[in-house]
Design a protein around this ligand. Structure first.
Ligand SMILES: C[S@@+](CC[C@H](N)C(=O)[O-])C[C@H]1O[C@@H](n2cnc3c(N)ncnc32)[C@H](O)[C@@H]1O
Length: 241
């Protein structure tokens, strides 16, 4: 059973959000109550993966947290001859992820590495998943990383990128922000929890517009880009090399 998230339920001094052991402990509950469509995206990643994972290839799960995308891929990809490498720079996440994955038997070689996705020595891959992680990097690093990922993708390979979005249109931005807060309230978070978490994420999670994502992906070399999922201000894109 995953522990329920009450990390922001009592008044606290604002401190920058960190993926530490307290967050890792409640993470499945936190992300599914905070990100509209998260469970559908995880499910969809596995289904899309089945179209793209090639024999004898590598799949990367960048910012893998507790391995939800990795598990979905392992469950849904029919070929057995590939390897998954999950990378996360949070020790707490990596330790929990390794324990969590052990609970699911699989013939797929799976390695979870504690490393910065900006420094990793990537090999050729048929699929790269970066699910709600690019948004935590500074903007120049986002561009550098995507260029590197384009280089390591095999022809015909895919990158799946999920992000929280911002909108240039103020009214739409406000509407989706309000609806997102309503989603959290409907999932049991109080106004205090919502506002304290928002303050903690300020300057840590920097959302961008869909246009900014498209233009960065184009610059990195990707030509075929489309949203395959969007709910309110949360999107998942697929790009094919
Ligand atoms: C919102 S979580 C990602 C959720 C996860 N992909 C999933 O589908 O459940 C973001 C993760 O990215 C990791 N992260 C953030 N910056 C990173 C970096 N530079 N290198 C590696 N991991 C990073 C965090 O530790 C955290 O576990």
């Amino acid at each position: 059973m995953t522990k329920s998230d009450a990390l922001f339920s009592t008044p606290r001094k604002t401190a920058a959000f960190k993926f530490d052991h307290k967050v890792a402990e409640v993470f499945p509950d936190m992300i599914s109550r905070s990100v509209p469509g998260y469970n559908d995206i995880i499910q969809g990643i596995g289904s899309l993966a089945n179209q793209f994972v090639q024999e004898n290839s590598i799949v990367y799960d960048l910012g893998c947290s507790l391995g939800a995308a990795t598990l979905s891929i392992r469950e849904q990809v029919e070929t057995e001859n590939y390897e998954i490498i999950g990378i996360d720079n949070s020790q707490a996440m990596v330790e929990r992820c390794q324990q969590h994955l052990c609970a699911f038997r699989s013939p797929i070689k799976t390695t979870i590495c504690q490393a910065d996705i900006l420094d990793f020595d990537y090999r050729k891959a048929s699929l790269i998943v970066i699910n709600f992680t690019l948004q935590f990097l500074d903007k120049p690093s986002r561009s550098t990383l995507l260029k590197r990922l384009y280089e390591v993708l095999q022809p015909g390979g895919a990158l799946i990128l999920s992000e929280k979005l911002a909108f240039n249109d103020k009214e739409i931005n406000q509407l989706f922000t309000q609806q997102h807060h309503l989603f959290k309230k409907q999932n049991g978070y109080s106004d205090l929890e919502i506002s304290q978490k928002r303050a903690a994420l300020e300057n840590v999670l920097i959302p961008e517009t869909l246009e900014e994502h498209h233009s960065r992906l184009n610059e990195a070399g990707f030509a075929h880009i489309h949203s395959w999922f969007q709910q309110l201000n949360f999107v998942s894109l697929i790009t094919i090399k």
